[in-house]
Design a protein around this ligand. Structure first.
Ligand code: MEV
Length: 434
């Protein structure tokens, strides 16, 4: 009989019963099933309540970036990421920045935008004014949805009403501006938008449809900057000032070419997403917001803009800065329940979401500086290749005491392949050199 993916009631089964279904479906061995196991320290019940149809956990490596000093405070920064070199690169960049005092970072107030779409408005310009005239009552209704947020100093702050021409007629789009304090804000904003939508539709003389947060959090920005001393950037073949010029050239390509800009901003997100994920925040929301902001800010016919900027200061040192929407929270969501996220927040020792956003922005800048520095000098592959070679050596069966020697040979021969790693291992073992 052909197997079917219509497994009804999977959600009602226990984790063990769901796993049995997987085993039968894919003929998984006991060892493969064990790869789904919950690590010690994680209560399966917590994960089972976080999402649906849970069968286990998917573990990411968690690395610690060192050397970070941000606004005169030192941090050890947890990064959850599968890509080699990222943690080392961030740590190296932070070390260079440290010589000039580290990163200086700031945030705007944590204002999130909720959107309510209103259709079929006969007189959109007048409808807009009818909504704006009812501003105070609307904000009161919004705030009545979340007394706790209001108690902590947050809540709905203002309304904007946009008129957007579209192929389906002019739409009114109401933006509810909500101070989310230490939360990312999704639940508070969505609840408020849903509560306001009927009134907004009535006031406009149309009907409301979408009621949802915008991830383009243009009012909730984090910014960071750092100075990288030129003489610390010198390599065997380039002087520090040469490297500064090369980094400026590399950066400039991102400013004028979307193909490069996509990769430039991706490198920034290597740092940002890794910290955002490690603290249980919604990295898809942050990524979508960052990339859309990069497009939103583009000027003069450009379609996208680098999220960082580089300049040379009076002393010839390189100065980098970043500005990015960062709606990260500390309360609510996975941050509050995921045990590893909670431990990571404690490790960071942050007092509020703004401080977390400042850290995240600084790591994004550090990551980008490290990538540009590598690209503008020896290229990215050497560092990558060494880590790649470690993986290959381990996969070929090298024991911990053999890995360094196998890696050295693979790298020096520029042949980082599993068959070669096995040959080298055989040679090493045959010669008894362990
Ligand atoms: C790789 O994950 C990220 C880089 O490609 C970023 C960049 O090119 O700037 C190295």
């Amino acid at each position: 009989m052909e197997r079917t993916s219509e497994v009804s009631g999977l959600y009602r089964l226990s984790i063990a019963e769901r796993r049995k279904i997987l085993r039968d479906w894919a003929d998984l061995t006991d060892a493969e099933l064990a790869a789904y196991d919950f690590p010690p320290g994680i209560d399966p019940g917590i994960f089972d309540r976080m999402i649906e149809n849970v069968v286990g956990s998917y573990a990411y490596p968690l690395g610690i970036a060192t050397n970070f000093r941000i606004n005169q405070k030192d941090y050890l920064i947890p990064m959850a990421i599968e890509e080699p070199s990222v943690v080392a690169a961030a740590s190296n960049a932070a070390k260079v920045a440290r010589a000039e005092g580290g990163f200086t970072a700031q945030t705007t107030p944590p204002i999130m935008i909720g959107q309510v779409q209103i259709l079929d408005v006969a007189d959109p310009a007048a409808g807009r004014l009818r909504i704006l005239a009812a501003r105070d009552a609307l904000l009161e209704t919004a705030n009545a949805q979340d007394p706790m947020l209001v108690k902590f100093g947050g809540g709905a702050r203002d309304l904007e009403v946009r008129m957007i021409p579209s192929p389906r007629g002019t739409m009114l789009v109401v933006h509810l501006l909500v101070d989310a304090r230490d939360a990312a804000g999704m639940n508070a904003v969505n609840t408020m938008c849903e509560a306001l939508a009927p009134d907004l539709g009535r006031l406009a003389g149309g009907r409301s449809l979408l009621r949802i947060i915008s991830n383009l959090a243009v009012y909730r920005l984090a910014r960071a900057s750092a100075t990288f001393r030129a003489h610390l950037l010198a390599t065997d073949s380039m002087t520090g000032p040469d490297v500064v010029e090369a980094i400026l050239d590399a950066y400039t390509l991102a400013a004028v070419d979307p193909f490069r800009c996509a990769t430039h901003n991706k490198g920034i997100m290597n740092g940002i997403s890794a910290v955002v994920a490690a603290t249980g925040n919604d990295f898809r929301a942050i990524e979508s917001g960052a990339h859309t902001y990069a497009a939103f800010q583009a000027k003069n016919g450009a379609v996208v803009k680098p999220l960082t900027t580089y300049e040379k200061d009076r002393n010839g040192n390189l100065v980098g800065s970043i500005e990015v929407p960062l709606a990260v929270g500390l309360i609510g969501g996975a941050t509050a329940v995921h045990p590893t996220a909670r431990a990571n927040v404690k490790l960071l020792g942050v007092k509020g979401a703004a401080e977390l956003a400042q850290i995240v922005a600084s790591v994004g800048l550090a990551q980008n500086f490290a990538a540009l520095r590598a690209l503008a000098t020896e290229g990215i592959q050497r560092g990558h290749m060494e880590l790649h070679a470690r993986n290959i050596a381990a996969t070929a069966g090298a024991r911990p005491d053999e890995i360094d020697r196998v890696v050295a040979r693979l790298v020096s021969e520029h042949r980082i392949r599993i068959d070669r790693a096995k040959e080298i291992l055989d040679e090493l073992r045959a010669s008894g050199s362990r």
